[in-house]
Design a protein around this ligand. Structure first.
Ligand SMILES: C[S@@+](CC[C@H](N)C(=O)[O-])C[C@H]1O[C@@H](n2cnc3c(N)ncnc32)[C@H](O)[C@@H]1O
Length: 218
C-alpha cells in the first residue's frame, strides 16, 4: 500500500483506535504483499456501514476478503455482502477467513468480472466498494448509480494514489486540464469527475490509506 499519511499521523491513528480481531490481524500479515485497503480504511468502512445501518453491500474486487471482513462485522445476521473476484484462489481464501469469523452465512462469493456480476444483482445496496481494475471504475459507477439506496454510499479506493496511477495527471484533470493519461489513471480521473459532477451524489475524498472517495447517494 502506498500510504499518503505521514508516518506520525498513521501512528497516531493506530494508537487512538482499537485493535482488530485476531483473524483481521492475521489477514494483515497475509496482505503485506497484497493491495488491501489497509487498517485505517477498513475501520472507516466498518464505521460507514454501521452509520448507514447497512443491510446489503457490494464489493468490486474483494481479493482474499480483507475489506469484506471489516464490512461483515457491521452487518446484521440477515445482512448480505457480495464479494467479487477474478482470482479463484483469493476468493477461496476469502471464504475461509469469513467462515472463521462466523460471517460466511451473510456472504455471497462471486468468481468472475465484477463489472458483469453486478448486472446479476438487483439493488438496493447500502454500501458499494469500488476497488478492482482502475480502468473499470467508471463502468462500475454507471452500473451501481441506480442500485445504491438513497442514503447509501459508494466508496472508491485509490482515489488519490496506487502503484499504477499518476497522481499529478489526476489532479490536473480534476483542475480542468486534459493531460495524456494511461488507462488506469484515466479510469480514476473519469470516476472522480463523474461522481463529483453528478447531482445525485455528494462526495468527500478522505485521505486515509491510498485515499477514498466517499459518495453519498441523495
Ligand atoms: C485492490 S485488490 C482488492 C482488495 C480488497 N478490496 C481488500 O481491501 O481486501 C483488487 C482485486 O480485484 C481483483 N480484480 C481486478 N479487476 C477485477 C474485475 N474486473 N472483476 C473482479 N475482480 C477483479 C484483483 O484480482 C484483485 O484481487
Amino acid at each position: 500500500m502506498t500510504d499518503i499519511l505521514p508516518d506520525e499521523t498513521r501512528r497516531f491513528l493506530r494508537a487512538a483506535t482499537s485493535e482488530p480481531d485476531e483473524t483481521l490481524r492475521e489477514m494483515e500479515e497475509r496482505g503485506e504483499d497484497f493491495p488491501t485497503v489497509g487498517r485505517e480504511v477498513g475501520q472507516f468502512l466498518r464505521l460507514l456501514a454501521r452509520a448507514v445501518d447497512a443491510k446489503r453491500i457490494f464489493e468490486f474486487g474483494s481479493g482474499f476478503g480483507y475489506s469484506a471482513y471489516w464490512f461483515a462485522e457491521a452487518l446484521p445476521e440477515d445482512g448480505e455482502i457480495v464479494l467479487t473476484e477474478y482470482d479463484e484462489d483469493e476468493l477461496r481464501e476469502a471464504r475461509e477467513y469469513l467462515e472463521r469469523g462466523g460471517f460466511a452465512d451473510r456472504a455471497v462469493f462471486e468468481n468472475g468480472d465484477a463489472n458483469e456480476i453486478i448486472d446479476r444483482h438487483d439493488g438496493p445496496f447500502d454500501v458499494v466498494l469500488v476497488d478492482h481494475n482502475k480502468d473499470g471504475y467508471p463502468e462500475a459507477l454507471a452500473a451501481v448509480r441506480d442500485k445504491v439506496a438513497p442514503g447509501g454510499v459508494v466508496v472508491a479506493d485509490n482515489a488519490m494514489v496506487s502503484g499504477i496511477q499518476d497522481f499529478d495527471d489526476i489532479l490536473a484533470a480534476l483542475e480542468g486540464d486534459d493531460p495524456e493519461m494511461d488507462d488506469e489513471t484515466r479510469g480514476i480521473a473519469e470516476y472522480l469527475l463523474t461522481v463529483r459532477d453528478d447531482p445525485a451524489f455528494e462526495t468527500s475524498v478522505v485521505p486515509l490509506g491510498e485515499g477514498i472517495a466517499v459518495s453519498y447517494r441523495k
